[in-house]
Design a protein around this ligand. Structure first.
Ligand code: IMP
Ligand code: MG
Length: 183
């Protein structure tokens, strides 16, 4: 285990097994209709790349970059960048994939954005959900693991840009996560 990790919440094999089940849930609900899968950079890169290999529907893969400014004067404002081209969204079923659903602001803003751009339907899919942290009304149709309110890293999730490459999800030791709580 990485020396900065206090405890592991989801092991590599638990994650992989859950993703295979999640793909069955997604296919069961969405069927074989064409799909646009939109991953939220950077955190969802690892998850979305594992997930799509279990999906059998014909799909396009696109990415969006979303950064929130927390704790600042524009707290909650979200800057969206690298939006997928209109033809990937308009009239299409969109599966929006993020690493974690926390306050819900990112997913809420992106779902509204894609609906505003004429998506036929938008579904949310997150590996992790922290329901106790929700600030805006937003849920994901597909959730890998519902977890406690702890700041987690690994499997795409970072703290100050680090730890994304860990194959499991863990909680940072307090001495390495000084500012994580306010992030
Ligand atoms: P939301 O808009 O508050 O739901 O935040 C979602 C984004 O915040 C995620 O895409 C992550 O980038 C980040 N985030 C929230 N909680 C954590 C965490 O525990 N570890 C790492 N990143 C997190
Ligand atoms: Mg993120």
């Amino acid at each position: 285990m990485h020396p900065h990790i206090e405890r592991v919440l989801c092991t590599e094999s638990e994650i992989q097994a859950r993703i295979a089940d999640l793909a069955v849930e997604i296919s069961g609900r969405l069927g074989d209709e064409p799909l646009t899968v939109v991953g939220v950079l950077n955190g969802a890169v690892v998850f979305v790349s594992d997930l799509i290999r279990h999906l059998r529907a014909p799909l396009e893969l696109a990415f969006v970059s979303a950064s929130s400014y927390r704790g600042g004067t524009t707290s909650g404002a979200l800057e969206l960048d690298f939006l997928p081209k209109r033809s990937s969204i308009e009239g299409r079923r969109v599966l929006l994939v993020d690493d974690i659903l926390d306050t819900g602001k990112t997913m809420r803003a992106l779902m509204d954005e894609f609906r505003g751009n004429g998506a036929a339907e938008v579904f949310g899919c997150v590996l992790l959900d922290k329901p106790s942290r929700r600030v805006v009304d937003c849920g994901a149709e597909f959730v890998g693991f519902s977890i406690e309110d702890a700041f987690v890293v690994g499997y795409g999730l970072d703290y100050r840009g680090l730890y994304r490459n860990l194959p499991y999800i863990g909680v940072l030791k307090p001495e390495h996560a000084a500012a994580a709580a306010s992030n």
